[in-house]
Each structure stands twice: as C-alpha cells, then as structure tokens.
Design a protein around this ligand. Structure first.
Ligand code: MRU
Length: 352
C-alpha cells in the first residue's frame, strides 16, 4: 500500500542533466538545481544540497554518467582510465555512506562490460537510472515489510531524515512510517530536530506535513524525557552503513537514542536497503565517521552563536552497536540477531 505523495523524487535525470531539489533551502524554498558536470554534483553532495545515503549514491551514479558524456577519447582503454579517476573523486565526496561507493562501483563495472566506446554513455545513463528506480522500489518493499512491525496505536520516534528526500523516492525509515500511517496503524510521529543541520525539523517535518501525518518536532536533548513520559512505542531510523556484525553507522545522536530506547524497553528498528550493508567491514569500529566543519556548530545562518575562540567538534555520524538494534528492515526481508549470519544470508539473496 502506498500513499498520495509516494512519487516525490528529490533527484531526476532530464535531457542529459541532473535536476535536484536543494535541501539546504528547504523548507522555506523549493528550489531545483540543474547540474551539467560531475564536479557540480560532487559540490552539491559535499554541501548537502543532496544528502541521505541512498540519495548520494544515486547522485554519484548520475555524476559518473555526466562525466562519461564529457570524456572525449579515441580508445576505450583511455576512456575507462579517465572514468575510473573521476569515479574515485566522486566516491570521496562524503566518506560514511557506503551507498556512494557502491553505486559508483556499479557504474564502473558497467563501463568495463561495455565493449564499444560508442555504447558507453547510453549504458552508463541506463545503469544510473536503474540504480535510481531500484532504490525507490526497494523502499516501497521494505516499507511494507517494516509496517508489519508497527501495531495499531503506535507512536514512533524518528531521527534525521530518512524519507523520500534522502533516497531515490518514498524513503526508508520514513517510508515505513508512511506505509504504517496509510494502514491506519500510526497514532503520532516524533521527529528529532537533528542538530546541527536540522534534517529532522526542516526536512522530515516538511515531508510529514506534506503527507498530513500527525507529528511533533522535539529537540534532540528531550528524547530521554519524552520516552520517560511513555510517549514513544517504536523507534525507526535509517543507516549510512551497516557492517557485517549489524553495527549501524547513522546520523550523530542515533546511538544516544538507542541507549535510551534499551533503558525504556522500546524496540529500535533500522530500515535500509541492502546497498547500505557493507560485509567487507567486520564491525562499526572500522567505519570512517565524517567530521564536518566546526562552523556548522559555532554559527547559525552565519551568525556566531558560541564564544569566539572556543573549539567545536562536529562529528556527523555515530555507531550504534548491534546489541541495541531490535531488527534491520531491508527490501529482501527483516533480519534479527545474530546479524553476522542473518545479514550474510540476506546479501546472498540479493546477489541471486
Ligand atoms: O548527513 P546526512 O543528512 O546525509 O545524514 C543522513 C542520515 O544519517 C540518514 O539517516 C541516512 O543516510 C539514511 S537515509 C535513508
């Protein structure tokens, strides 16, 4: 079951250009950027004009397609060499979400499978569009599976933005929320504001209001008290990378919520496509956690909000150890502990 706004996509390939909604300007303005080069896409990813693990993977794939269209080479070999160099620049745009390198590497594999230089651009564009379409489809599938875990009368807390804006469309954690709402099982949603970028109060709130879902924004630091008041019955978050043992890298603050959820006996579900699962890393300790500019903490809309001279540490992601994760919802199924074997099984399924 889907709902009225299920077809919103934050990014599109139109006439050989990448169109994306500028997420730094939401909710005050719905402005679309039109990008013609891979470097413009890399800048948009770094500046968070497009953000969210699956969405930056899709943007990365389109960036490779844009690059392919501009390389002028006589030989297939020199084309492949230049494309691979550009691909590694695209992959480096942000370090934590594995979806970016997953998508870029998929594009590189297609370039290697293409025998004739004349077919290269067409094949790259087709693969980027496939990556995009598959992501949206995966979200709709995982949302239907995840909504089975939301009983009637539930009140859900979500963190950051794991909605249509963060993906190819529909959303992961917010997709589950959408479907649960459409089924009539959701009473209320609490969205944390998610400092310092306010993905919760700007973006999740924007999506929830567009859909007419009953929701309240809360400050990040009030999560414990709200749980204590027994206002929350389920937690749904997305992920940027899930390691082989089920540890979850996600927006900073997810770990705090998970520890509090355990204390209050509230199930915490992570919704993510299999493209977010990275079996090459054994545990969360090996994930590179992005650290962003201190200015994002020390300034608000360019106005200083801390004492001059103070240092600020702006860790953008954290690791939630698998023991705090009740289940991981993917498009292939819902998996539980022990994650080492259940994740391996689900990944074998997705390679079939
Ligand atoms: O820094 P962001 O906004 O890219 O971080 C996004 C998140 O942490 C999301 O929870 C995650 O990417 C999942 S999005 C479906």
């Amino acid at each position: 079951m889907t709902d009225k706004n299920s077809n919103f996509r934050p990014i599109a390939w139109i006439d050989g250009k990448v169109h994306l909604i500028d997420q730094t300007r939401l909710p005050s303005e719905e402005a679309w950027l039109v990008l013609e080069t891979y470097s413009e896409v890399v800048i948009a990813i770094k500046n968070m004009q497009i953000r969210g693990a699956p969405a930056i993977g899709i943007a990365g794939a389109y960036a490779v397609a844009l690059a392919g269209g501009r390389i002028t080479h006589e030989s297939r070999e020199s084309f492949l060499k230049e494309l691979a160099e550009i691909a590694s620049t695209i992959e480096d745009a942000r370090p934590t979400a594995v979806n970016l390198s997953w998508a870029v590497q998929r594009m590189i594999r297609v370039s290697h499978r293409t025998a004739h230089l004349s077919d290269m651009v067409e094949n790259l564009v087709a693969e980027a569009i496939n990556i995009h379409d598959e992501d949206e489809k995966a979200n709709i599938q995982m949302s239907a599976l995840g909504a089975n875990l939301i009983p009637p009368g539930s009140t859900v807390l979500t963190h950051c933005n794991a909605g249509a804006l963060a993906t190819g469309g529909y959303g992961t954690a917010l997709g589950v929320i959408r479907t649960a709402w459409a089924r009539g099982n959701l009473k209320h949603v609490f969205a944390t504001e998610t400092r310092p970028w306010f993905q919760g109060s700007r973006l999740t709130a924007w999506e929830l209001m567009k859909e007419g879902i009953d929701a309240t924004v809360i400050s990040d630091s009030s999560v414990g008290q709200i749980m204590q008041e027994k206002k929350i019955t389920r937690i749904l978050v997305g992920a940027d990378r899930i390691t082989a043992n089920g540890d979850v890298a996600n927006k900073i603050g997810t770990y705090n919520i998970a520890v509090l959820a355990k204390e209050h006996d509230i199930p915490l579900y992570v919704a993510a496509p299999t493209s977010t699962i990275d079996l090459s890393l054994e545990s969360g300790g090996s994930v590179t956690l992005e650290e962003r500019s201190p200015n994002e903490i020390t300034h608000f809309a360019e106005v200083p909000i801390t004492a001059p001279g103070i240092r600020a540490l702006n860790r953008s992601f954290d690791i939630t150890p698998n023991k705090f994760v009740t289940a991981i919802i993917t498009e292939k199924g819902v998996v539980n502990q022990p994650y080492k074997s259940s994740l391996r099984k689900i990944m074998e399924l997705s390679n079939e």
